[in-house]
Design a protein around this ligand. Structure first.
Ligand code: MOS
Length: 741
């Protein structure tokens, strides 16, 4: 994906084979890095002038509406296209089973997105696109389109098929890990725990539905879409269309949330591209909210058995986290439930396994913090239960088991402030006021409780590049096929360039989300800021060297501030040094360093809830998240990321539950009225506190991932608070009233 990098151009490339102790961001001369400045693209968004995928207006545009299958498993025998072709405004009906996809989640080269011939694997799977002169006409015809099926038996109910689970295989995530002898440790330990937690399927429920506008120019496709990783999405789209990858350009300037659902291409992009190629006109396809639920991606349901063996001092001797998840036939992706169990707590005997049940319900794939978000429900609630069994404080239990080195691989942590997060959070939240006896604090009808959880999320670096140009007037442009999915990438990348180049943020123009710009890994896995941000850093580092050369001073004595270059008792305007303009490319690549340390972001969640003793209603009263994620690049956008994650945690603990009809696999609650994400009334005062940290092993900007950290552990803190409030231990999410009464 990186051959598009300018061959032989002025590229500053760094492979992280070793730590990178010094950072140009340390000096803080410009004073902009880490500051809570407002989003640079904010005015465009609030004034409605930021153009989202569905909002581009192209001449001669055709409207497409997708049609989903109305059986859960079987074969499409025929589609009676002629029956709707005479309806008002209808232009065409396109059926292309070889290329309509059931969606491929991982992007890139894996999971070739072909569906096979006429087979329907799940209810709602896209089988056609109806094209008309208006959206309304296309929708009317799509609803009227006669489709004839032969039904087959399907696997729809997890419970019925759970015993047929198969071990998970994936090249990227470890599915099976065993160390020592868990059974023996359990048999010999003075204290043990064996509990099973269940979480339901969930939907990312991004505000903006998936949307694409496709337009061909000869043999080259431009797709205006809403995608998190345009560089690999373009490759994936090219592959499914059977065209060379340099013939597909994706433009995703603004994205109304993704949370994993837009990591890989979704059916609307393929359908729009095929239809547009056939008609020779631009085609727009916007998924209805119900289609986003039916036919993009879900987070798998999980069943997690957690077993601990511990001494009476709380020290763990065995940790077992064995999970079951579900996905479509032949899919290799699985929710990596035990991902942080590998490194969060000590214990010499370990078993972390994943098995998968094959079901004919929507593809499961990544949703915000795949693995930790739901895996920590099992792990962290079980820790709370173990603390109760031991008669020990839950924070103390976690601190006793906070290891100095990775408990599986013999490597140190790159940086880790788990215990400190717990300690600081305990002080800030008033942990000492927690009643040790559940159900003992009551205010009228309300039972009040406090809960805690650790937070942890693996840190990743992905190959990414960016171009930075300084123009003759002293302004600059930063461009990269990185995206801003609402997270703040535009802002933090401008801050990095501003800080290093001494050019005010207002004078930096950002270009993101276009595959014509230098390739980047995009927004996923919380690697975006660190990866694309490092690429900007490296481009700016090279520009600094060039400016020093142009001024004829040693780069080590050069200071760049407010548009001026200062060094060697001389000072010059940057605009006077760049001539016709100066540009450089930066490129970061993961390297050996990754294997020398365990890298993750850490923190602690605290929650206070009220449980109504009469109705069983749970209200979250306040939450605090304390996080350490390396350098915080912008205190405001970072905080917002954490608030969003914590809000997801409320949904996971209390409201979110995708329900599939056990007879057909049809999704029952397929809109935001029926699938309950937390709304304002459900979200109380949330506080976020960052610990100061730099991670020299992670990347040259010393930042670690933060986009997903806020969700990791938020739900179990609430679940543990519910137990503390009322003494009822609910092990099946979400905690609805019926489970407490
Ligand atoms: Mo994330 S689930 O990698 O958008």
């Amino acid at each position: 994906m990186f051959e598009k990098l300018f061959a032989g151009g002025d590229t500053n490339s760094l492979t992280m084979d070793a730590p990178h102790p010094a950072s140009l961001l340390d000096s803080g001369v410009q004073g902009v890095i880490s500051r809570p400045i407002d989003r640079v693209e904010g005015p465009l968004k609030v004034s409605g002038t930021a153009t989202y995928a569905a909002e581009y207006r192209l001449d001669d545009m055709v409207h497409g509406v997708l049609v989903g299958a109305k059986i859960g498993h079987g074969t499409v025998e025929s589609i009676d296209c002629d029956a709707v072709k005479l309806m008002p405004g209808v232009i065409d009906v396109v059926i292309d089973f070889d290329t309509f996809i059931r969606n491929s989640q991982q992007g890139g080269e894996t999971n070739a997105p072909t569906q096979g011939v006429k087979e329907v694997d799940y209810f709602g799977q896209i089988v056609a696109i109806v094209l008309a002169d208006s959206f309304e006409n296309a929708r009317a015809a799509a609803q009227a389109l006669p489709i004839h099926y032969t039904k087959k038996d399907g696997h729809y109910a997890f419970e019925e098929h759970r015993d047929e689970a198969e071990p998970c295989q994936d090249s990227q995530v470890q599915g099976y890990y065993k160390q020592g002898d868990v059974d023996k440790a359990l048999a010999e330990a003075p204290v043990t725990l064996d509990v099973t937690y269940v979480t339901p399927s969930q939907n990312s429920a991004a505000m903006e539905p998936h949307a694409s506008i496709a337009v061909w120019n000869d043999d080259a496709l431009t797709l205006y879409g809403s995608y998190q990783m345009p560089t690999s999405d373009a490759e994936q789209l090219a592959k499914s269309l059977g065209v060379p990858k340099d013939k597909v350009r994706i433009i995703s300037r603004y994205i109304g949330g993704g949370f994993g659902s837009k990591l890989g291409i979704a059916p609307e992009s393929v359908a729009a591209a095929i239809a547009s190629r056939r008609l020779g006109r631009p085609v727009k396809a916007v998924m209805a909210r119900q289609q986003v639920f039916d036919a993009t991606v879900r987070r798998s349901n999980t069943e997690q058995r957690v077993r601990f063996a511990a001494g009476t001092d709380g020290r763990l001797t065995a940790v077992a986290h064995n999970s079951l998840t579900s996905n479509l036939p032949e899919e290799t992706y699985f929710e990596p439930v035990g991902i942080c169990t590998h490194f969060l707590y000590s214990g010499e005997n370990r078993s972390i396994t994943h098995d998968q049940v094959t079901l004919n319900i929507l593809l499961s794939g990544s949703m915000r913090a795949p693995g930790e978000a739901v895996g920590m429900v099992g792990l962290e609630c079980a820790m709370d239960e173990l603390a109760e069994t031991l008669g020990m404080d839950p924070i103390e239990l976690r601190k006793v088991n906070d290891p100095d080195r990775d408990p599986e691989q013999d490597v140190p942590f790159s940086s880790r402030q788990l215990s400190r997060s717990l300690e600081e959070g305990a002080k800030m939240f008033g942990w000492d006021q927690r009643n040790r006896t559940p159900g003992s604090r009551r205010e009228g009808e309300w039972l009040i409780g406090i809960g805690v959880s650790s937070a942890a999320r693996s840190n990743m670096l992905q190959q990414s590049s960016a171009k930075v140009e300084i123009h003759p007037d002293g302004s600059a442009t930063v461009s990269s096929a990185m995206t801003d999915i609402g997270t703040g990438s535009y802002t933090i990348m401008a801050q990095i360039a501003s800080e290093i180049l001494g050019i005010p943020v207002e004078r930096i123009t950002m270009s993101l989300g276009d595959t014509n710009d230098p390739p980047a890994a995009g927004s996923g896995g919380s690697w975006g800021a660190a990866s694309a941000g490092s690429a900007v850093y490296l481009a700016c580092e090279r520009l600094r060297e060039k400016l020093a050369a142009a001024m004829d001073v040693d780069v080590d004595v050069l200071t760049l501030k407010d548009g001026m270059a200062i060094g060697d008792n001389r000072q010059k305007a940057i605009s006077d040094l760049v001539g016709e303009g100066m540009q450089a490319l930066g490129e970061i690549k993961p390297g050996k360093n990754e294997k020398l340390h365990r890298q993750a972001s850490y923190g602690a969640h605290f929650a206070e809830v009220g449980v109504n003793a009469v109705t069983g209603e749970v209200r979250v009263r306040r939450m605090l998240g304390v996080f350490a994620a390396g350098r915080i690049l912008n205190a405001k956008t970072a905080r917002s990321q954490c608030l969003g994650g914590m809000t997801f945690g409320i949904g996971c603990a209390l409201t979110e539950d995708l329900i599939h009809d056990q007879r057909t696999g049809k999704l029952v609650n397929r809109d935001l009225a029926e699938y309950h994400v937390p709304v304002n009334a459900d979200v109380p005062q949330l506080d976020v506190h960052f610990l100061d940290e730099r991670d020299i092993h992670a990347n040259p900007i010393h930042a670690k991932g933060i986009g997903e950290l806020g969700i990791c552990g938020a739900a179990p803190a609430i679940v543990n608070a519910v137990y503390n409030a009322c003494g009822v231990r609910v092990r099946e999410m979400p905690i609805t009233c019926d489970k407490l009464l």
